[in-house]
Design a protein around this ligand. Structure first.
Ligand code: SAM
Length: 346
């Protein structure tokens, strides 16, 4: 005889299930990192779409691969069909390394040993004034990336990944139509500048970054076409020094949040000195508030760990910009998590 005891069964509180899912968030991150590193998504896309084929091409043990694929299916990156065939989902497509729009390098960054070790230092950081990265790795992050070209290139690629997804939606919102030239300060490999130049065919661009980042930018595909057409050039330098080029507008995307107020102010003052009065500054950042989505609040912690930076509120941006003799004209949200703070040099 079957008895239905469902009336007597108590449900686990939803809060417990949700908390548990959050606690195992780092497991999900490691599974995604491993799938990206092992090339699982790439191979499925190129036709190795069964567990047997994948195991042989990747030289991975079949039972372990089977279990990993089950977890990747549960996370929603692939679909494991009853027939044994594997298929990428829309999310899985975004982890392909051969696509222009991809988060593959960002998944790799988040699985790096130095990235994990820095996050492990969060508890200690609460009682210290030093960035966790400096404590763990013995030097500031951008010095480390300069000395370790593989990590430096990985970091550039991870930043490019974010621009590959969100950049076009921001670039098209910048009001540059009446200007002739733009300087991307700390522009990395130049993908965002390329997106701006694509959208504004009349515009010339300059890319400024640290020397090794500029060497990588010259070799990358993003600006090569614009460089050949003499629509952009590359400047090796530091935004903590005088900026050696004139432009009608400056762009700073994901720069100020890396730095504490006194450093951010130095960068802004250098930008101000290099602009003519009336020159425009476009800052692209998350604007923090008590109701910011989780991304902004967690990226604020990443800034606390990797440097002395932070995600700033609208008021904090306005005050900082006033101190550097800029007037904030507007703070525009976009369809991405990032806003555009437009200011004029007084
Ligand atoms: C968070 S990344 C942002 C890169 C790019 N703007 C983007 O949105 O993808 C910070 C950038 O600042 C550059 N950077 C760090 N210190 C710098 C300095 N002193 N002078 C110029 N660039 C610097 C790094 O090389 C890196 O490209």
């Amino acid at each position: 005889m079957n008895h239905d005891f469902s009336m007597q069964k108590k449900s686990v509180p939803d809060a417990a299930n949700r908390l548990f899912d959050l606690i195992i968030g780092s497991w999900a991150s490691q599974i995604i990192y491993t799938s990206a590193k092992a090339g699982i998504v790439d191979k499925i896309q190129t036709g190795f779409n069964s567990m047997e084929k994948l195991a042989s091409i990747l030289s991975i043990n079949k039972p372990e691969l089977n279990r990993l694929l089950s977890a990747v299916d549960a996370l929603g990156l692939i679909r494991l069909h009853d027939t044994g065939l594997l298929e990428l989902t829309e999310m899985g497509e975004l982890l392909r390394s051969d696509k222009d729009e991809t988060l593959h390098p960002f998944a790799l960054l988040c699985g790096q040993d130095w990235h994990n070790k820095t996050w492990e230092h969060l508890f200690a950081r609460l009682g210290s004034n030093n960035p966790a990265f400096d404590e763990v790795m013995g030097e500031p992050v951008f010095e480390y990336l300069t000395k370790n070209p593989i990590a430096g290139a990985l970091f550039d690629n991870a930043m490019n990944a974010l621009s590959s997804i969100w950049g076009p939606y921001v670039a098209t919102e910048l009001d540059l139509s009446k200007l002739h030239s733009v300087l991307d300060i700390g522009g990395g490999s130049g993908i965002f500048l390329a997106q701006i130049l694509t959208h504004q065919p009349h515009l010339k661009g300059h890319l400024l970054d640290l020397p090794d980042a500029i060497d990588r930018a010259r070799q990358s595909k993003h600006l090569s076409h614009f460089a050949s057409a003499q629509r952009c050039d590359f400047i090796k330098g530091s935004f903590f020094d005088a900026i050696p080029v004139k432009a009608d507008a400056h762009v700073m995307k994901f720069i100020l949040h890396d730095w504490a107020d006194h450093d951010a102010l130095t960068i802004l003052l250098n930008s101000h000195r290099a602009l003519n009065p009336g020159g425009r500054l476009f800052i692209i950042e998350q604007v923090f508030s008590a109701s910011s989505p989780p991304l902004a609040r967690m990226s604020d912690i990443e800034m606390m760990l990797f440097g002395n930076g932070k995600e700033r509120t609208a008021q904090e941006f306005i005050k900082l910009l006033e101190r550097a003799a800029f007037k904030v004209e507007s703070i525009k949200t976009t369809t991405t998590p990032f806003s555009i703070i437009e200011a004029t040099a007084l």
